[in-house]
Design a binder for this molecule. Structure first.
Ligand code: BGC
Length: 333
């Protein structure tokens, strides 16, 4: 669609889009299962995994023309709730937060967009197009930080970490956990294609079966599939004092022959923590950019398996078997 040039009230920095990553959330919005248009409007501009180049920094001293920037997704609720008041909008407690490209504010999937300086993250130009991976990396940085915080409830020396689902979030979680020095295992239903190789290149172990077949009980599980059966098995397989982070958002489906009370009893008897994690605040954006800057760029570049032109956005939203991260490229880097 042709849409008006971004309005100054959307932020003093004017940005030319370079690329936008596509994720499951975008697909759900397009399918009408999730997402909200801005109040009083019938359309929402998609796109929350951004990368752009500053065309006009406005009066903001910290930015100059040509800087590569990524836009933060969430904005605090206007009340604000106490979490939003202290900058922890990722933990918004009244649900009135907004999100660019997802909830009530237009996203970054347009040739030009504007952003407030305090929500623009400047990235190392050496990252180039890989900067588009920053947003998913922030989701992972938050999830792993939360695991670490929760682990402090007792004496805990986690060694093994299992990731279920080798999509972008799962693979970035495996990468960061390896950087933390953990013994990392990744489970996915794919038996071939790029995923097994990416995992072994990290020095992690790839499994294509069920988590129940593992010959050890993980200290930490990062669940990225959102599939009921995988979640239920993850709870049953978690080791003593283990932590299960639910990071995948699923819909529907039923779990085969399982007693919820027995699953819960297994969690009780092992002091397990099962928690959900969504979004990221500025601390996580900072941590994620540090991680990405240190990561192997050759490996990171293999996560971007398909680049589409904006006019082919419908094909970008399709899920092909070997896809990991599909990116829509608006302009050259
Ligand atoms: C985004 C998050 C967002 C969540 C829920 C995810 O796809 O990465 O930033 O909070 O969707 O809307």
């Amino acid at each position: 669609m042709d849409i008006p040039e971004p309005d100054l009230h959307e932020g003093s920095i004017l940005v030319e889009a370079i690329a936008v990553g596509v994720c499951g959330t975008d697909v759900e919005i397009v399918e009408g299962k999730y997402g909200w248009a801005p109040h009083g409007q019938t359309h929402l501009v998609l796109g929350h995994e951004s990368l752009g180049r500053v065309i006009d920094p406005g009066l903001s001293a910290g930015f100059k023309k040509g800087d590569l920037v990524v836009g933060i997704v969430r904005r605090p609720d206007p009340v604000p709730c106490s979490n939003c008041a202290v900058g922890e909008w990722d933990m918004c407690s009244n649900g009135q937060y907004t999100e660019r490209g997802i909830k009530e504010i237009n996203g970054y999937m347009s040739e030009r967009w504007r952003i407030e300086p305090e929500y623009a993250i400047k990235i190392d130009p050496a990252l180039g197009i890989l900067g588009v991976l920053l947003e998913p990396a922030t989701v992972v940085a938050k999830a792993l930080e939360q695991v670490k915080f929760i682990g402090r409830r007792s004496y805990w020396e986690p060694r093994t970490l299992v990731v279920t689902g080798a999509g972008p979030i799962g693979l970035l979680a495996a990468l960061f956990a390896k950087m933390y020095g953990m013994d990392v295992h990744v489970l996915d239903r794919m038996e071939s294609g790029p995923k097994p190789d990416l995992v072994s290149e990290l020095g992690a172990t790839y499994h294509s079966g069920s988590i129940m077949d593992l010959d050890f009980e993980p200290d930490t599980i990062i669940e990225c599939t959102g599939v009921g059966q995988v979640i239920s098995e993850s709870i049953q397989k978690l080791g003593a004092n283990g932590i299960l982070c639910l990071a995948g958002i699923g819909h529907g489906g039923t779990v085969r022959s399982v007693s919820l009370a027995n699953v819960a009893a297994s969690a009780v008897l092992r002091n397990n923590v099962i928690f959900g994690s969504v979004n990221a605040n500025k601390r996580h954006w900072y941590k994620a950019s540090q991680f990405l800057a240190k990561a192997d760029r050759k490996w990171l570049s293999k996560l971007i398996t398909r680049v589409e032109r904006p006019e082919n956005f419908m094909s970008a939203l399709e899920r092909k078997p070997d896809d990991i991260k599909v990116v829509i490229q608006f302009s050259g880097i």
